[in-house]
Design a protein around this ligand. Structure first.
Ligand SMILES: Cc1cc2nc3c(=O)[nH]c(=O)nc-3n(C[C@H](O)[C@H](O)[C@H](O)COP(=O)(O)O)c2cc1C
Length: 335
C-alpha cells in the first residue's frame, strides 16, 4: 500500500514532513544541494542576526560620515547611500543562489529580539526569492524591571513589524518559557504569524571548572528533548490558526511519527543531520512510511493530529493530572 506523505506547511506543499532546520548544514549551496539530493522536503537557512544587520548598517553609516569629509574627487569612490546595499549581501545572495539551485522550498531565517529598522530586511528576503521567513525571537528577559506583559508585547511588535514588510508567510520560532504559552501562540498568529516553530532551543551556558570560565557550550540534542514540543503541538493543534513545525530532539522515525500524531505539520532536524549526515533523511522517510503502511494509514493528512489534545481519548494526558499520575507511578528499588 502506498502512503501519501505530503503535508502543507505555511501554505507550501511539501513532499513529506521532514525539513532541514537552520544549522551550518543549510549554510552553503553545496550542502543545500546535498540535502535536497538526500530527499529533504524543505530547508531553513541559518539565521541572519539582528546584530549582523545593525552592524552592517552602522559600518556603512560611519563610512558615509567619513566620506563626507573627503574631497569631492575622493567622495566619488564612495557609493551613494541609496545605491549601497547596506544589508548583509552575502545572506541575500545565499537565498538567491539556493532558490536557483533547489526545487524544494527555501525558508530564510531572521533572528532578533528588538523592534527596529533591521526588520525591513524581511522585504529583501522576499525579493531575493525566499518562499517564507522564519523569525527566531531569541530573547532573555534578564532585567528585573521587564514585566512579562512588556516582554510579550515585544514579541508581538516584532512579528507585526516583520509581517508588515513581507507578503510571504512568516513563521515564528519561540521559546517555551511563557507563563501562558497557548495564549501567546494565539496572539502571535493574530499579529500575523502564519506558523509557529516549537521550540527555540535555548543554549544554556556552563561553567568550566578548570578554567573558572563561563562557556557557551553547544551540545546536540537527543530524543529526550522531543516531548516539550510534542506536548505543546498536541495542545495547540486545532486551537490556533497556524501551521505548526516541531524542532528539538527528532532523531528517529518514531520521533517523527509521534510529532505528526501530536499534530505537527512538519518536523525539523538539525542535530540528527549534523551527527548522521544528510542520508539520515532517507532513513527517516522510509521508517515513517513503513510504520504508517503497517498501521494502514493512507496519508500523513489522515494521521496528523490524531493524538492531539482535542482528538485523543485522554486529553488529561497533556495536563496536570498526568503529572501527578507520573509522580505517583515512579518506583525505584531504593525507595
Ligand atoms: C550548530 C547549530 C547551529 C544552529 N543555528 C541556528 C540558527 O542559525 N538559527 C536558528 O533559528 N536555529 C539554529 N539552530 C537551532 C536548530 O535549528 C534547531 O532548532 C535546534 O537545534 C533543535 O533541533 P535539533 O534537536 O534537531 O537539533 C542551530 C542548531 C545547531 C546545533
Amino acid at each position: 500500500m502506498s502512503v501519501d506523505l505530503r503535508t502543507r506547511y505555511l501554505g507550501l506543499e511539501l513532499q513529506h514532513p521532514i525539513v532541514a532546520s537552520a544549522s551550518p548544514m543549510t549554510g552553503s549551496v553545496d550542502s543545500l544541494k546535498r540535502l535536497q539530493a538526500a530527499g529533504v522536503a524543505a530547508v531553513v537557512l541559518p539565521s541572519l542576526f539582528e546584530e549582523q544587520i545593525e552592524h552592517d548598517e552602522m559600518a556603512t553609516h560611519n563610512l558615509m560620515l567619513y566620506g563626507a569629509e573627503l574631497s569631492p574627487e575622493a567622495q566619488g569612490f564612495f557609493p551613494e547611500m541609496e545605491n549601497y546595499r547596506t544589508g548583509p549581501d552575502q545572506y541575500l545572495k545565499l537565498i538567491g543562489d539556493a532558490k536557483k539551485a533547489l526545487s524544494i522550498p527555501v525558508i530564510a531565517s531572521l533572528n532578533g529580539c528588538t523592534p527596529g529598522g533591521w526588520t525591513s530586511i524581511a522585504r529583501q528576503f522576499q525579493d531575493a526569492g525566499a518562499d517564507a521567513i522564519e523569525l527566531n525571537v531569541y530573547f532573555l528577559a534578564t532585567s528585573v524591571d521587564d514585566t512579562s506583559a512588556e516582554v510579550e508585547q515585544r514579541y508581538i511588535d516584532l512579528v507585526a513589524a516583520v509581517t508588515q514588510q513581507a507578503n510571504i508567510p512568516v513563521t515564528v520560532k519561540v521559546a517555551p518559557y511563557f507563563s501562558a504559552m497557548a495564549n501567546m501562540a494565539a496572539r502571535l498568529t493574530k499579529a500575523g504569524a502564519s506558523g509557529l516553530v516549537l521550540f527555540n532551543r535555548f543554549l544554556q551556558p556552563d561553567i568550566v571548572l578548570d578554567e573558572l570560565e563561563v562557556s557557551p557550550h553547544l551540545v546536540l540534542s537527543t530524543s529526550d528533548e522531543l516531548r516539550l514540543a510534542l506536548r505543546w503541538i498536541a495542545i495547540l493543534r486545532g486551537r490556533v490558526d497556524a501551521s505548526l513545525a516541531a524542532t528539538g530532539g527528532a532523531h528517529t522515525p518514531d520521533d517523527v511519527l509521534k510529532l505528526l500524531l501530536a499534530g505537527a505539520d512538519c518536523v525539523m532536524l538539525a542535530s540528527s543531520l549534523l551527527s548522521k549526515g544528510p542520508s539520515h533523511v532517507g532513513t527517516l522517510v522510509r521508517g515513517v512510511e513503513a510504520w504508517m503502511a503497517e498501521r494502514e494509514y493512507t496519508s500523513v493528512a489522515q494521521m496528523k493530529g490524531s493524538l492531539s489534545q482535542q482528538s485523543c481519548p485522554d486529553p488529561d494526558a497533556f495536563e496536570r493530572a498526568n503529572y501527578m499520575k507520573a509522580l505517583k507511578s515512579y518506583s525505584s528499588e531504593f525507595v
